[in-house]
Every structure is written in C-alpha cells, then in structure tokens.
Design a protein around this ligand. Sequence first.
Ligand SMILES: Nc1ncnc2c1ncn2[C@@H]1O[C@H](COP(=O)(O)OP(=O)(O)OP(=O)(O)O)[C@@H](O)[C@H]1O
Length: 262
Amino acid sequence: MDDAPILDVVALSKKFGGVTAVQDVSLDVPRGGILSIIGPNGAGKTSLLNMISGFYKPDTGRIVLEGKNITHRKPSEVAQLGVARTFQNIALFSGLTVLDNLMLGRHVRMKAGVLSSVVYWGMAQKEDIAHREACEEIIEFLKLQDLRKLPTAALAYGLRKRVELGRALAVEPKVLLLDEPMGGMNQDEKEDMARYILDVNQERGVTVVLIEHDMGVVMDISDHVVVLDRGRRIAAGTPEKVQRDPKVIEAYLGTARSRSGA
Ligand SMILES: Nc1ncnc2c1ncn2[C@@H]1O[C@H](COP(=O)(O)OP(=O)(O)OP(=O)(O)O)[C@@H](O)[C@H]1O
C-alpha cells in the first residue's frame, strides 16, 4: 500500500477559449519524494498545479489523493484533505505579521467556528493556543523567530518567499505544491530555499511537487521530473534520464530559437 502514489493525476485537460493549456496529462506522485514539473514558458505547469489545488476545474480527467477522488473539490477542501500550495506571486497579507499570516494559513485546521467560539469560549481559546504553538514551531523551523512580529511588507523578497512556505506548512500538508519558490531570488536565497525544501521533505515527511525554472536546483533536489511542453507531457523519469532526453532538449532549444527569432 505504501508503494501506491500519494497523488494520481489522470488524463487532465484544460482549455481557455481557443488555448489548450493542458492536454491529456497524467502523472503519479510517489509518496515521500520531491517531484519537479518543468517545461518552457506557457507549457501548462501552473495550470496543472491550479487544477490539482482546486483553483481551476479540469475539462476532463481526474485527480486522486490517497485513493480519494478530489477532482471537483474547492481549494479550501483540497487544503483540508492535505494538499497545500504556494503561489508564483507571493500571496501574503502584507499588513499582517509573519505569525498572523501563518495563523491564517492554519484556518483550514481550525474546528471552532465563530458561533462555537461564543458558546464554548474556553474550548476555542485552548484550540487557539494549540494553533499558535504549531505556527511558532514552523517559525522556528524556518528560522524566522526574530521577524515573527513584523508585517510581511517589511521583509526582503527572499524572506517573504520563506513566509509563504511557512503559510503553506501551517496547513500541515501531506503534499506541498510549490510554484516557482525560487523565482526572482539571488543565488544565496535560492540555496537557502532549496535547503528548506529538502528539510520539509526529509524531516517533516512532506511529499513535494515543485515547479521551478532553475535547472541546477531541479536536478539537485528532485527524485523525479516530469516535463511539459505546449500542454503535453513529453518526458518523465529521474533527473539524469530527463536531462538526456532529446525531446526535452528540443523543447528547450525550440523555445530559445523562437525567442531569438531564429
Ligand atoms: N486563466 C487563464 N486564462 C487564459 N489563459 C490561460 C489562463 N491560465 C493559463 N492560460 C494559458 O495557458 C497556457 C499555459 O499557461 P501556464 O501558466 O499554465 O504555463 P506555465 O508552464 O506555468 O508557464 P510559466 O513558466 O510562464 O509560468 C498559456 O498559453 C497561458 O496563456
């Protein structure tokens, strides 16, 4: 049973008007690993992630999490079932502190609603303390202790990306979907983030699905790589195998050629 993929994506397709963003894409996400989705710009990577996390409804196909069909679930339900995500453009509340952003990320784990908080004040307070402790633990894990009371707007870009990772971890995910977590970072920030992703995977046992353009990082930290090009899956396998695949080389060269106008 443990060999069964934690997440199964089966023949997903999505069109936007005349544009086919994703066409008949299937992939298995093995439990406990780091799987990267790569491909040239516009290949359909974010659209695929948006479907898995419930933000886009697929036209056809299905998404199965630990044997449960989650294809038509809302994003909050998908999060509750254990799939958290980060966004390409940081999605934090910039006026709120680091700690409060994490607490908001945690709301899918909170049982006490507004009414029960009024009726069972003590119970809600106990729950709040437990959630705060969980968030403080994540803050320590990500070495954000000194910044916990600062509004995220006051933080440097790389740190905001780290808080975004913390917000997703606050969901206590089984599967973490990361959309370009190193986008726009300098080399030092990228190395830090790569280390945190490895720690999330190895120390916290979270399965990671990563979209990333930096090939060095992808090849370094991934156990599996899936390559998309123009909405289709063109290759999959270990980083070494995928790197040598002529279809993959052609997809990237083709994009470079069309960009340079050759
Ligand atoms: N909400 C949308 N409305 C219309 N078209 C969309 C939408 N989302 C994606 N697309 C189109 O679908 C195609 C795939 O886009 P997507 O963002 O999934 O690719 P990507 O591989 O993530 O690209 P990038 O690496 O540039 O982020 C593109 O042609 C894009 O313009």
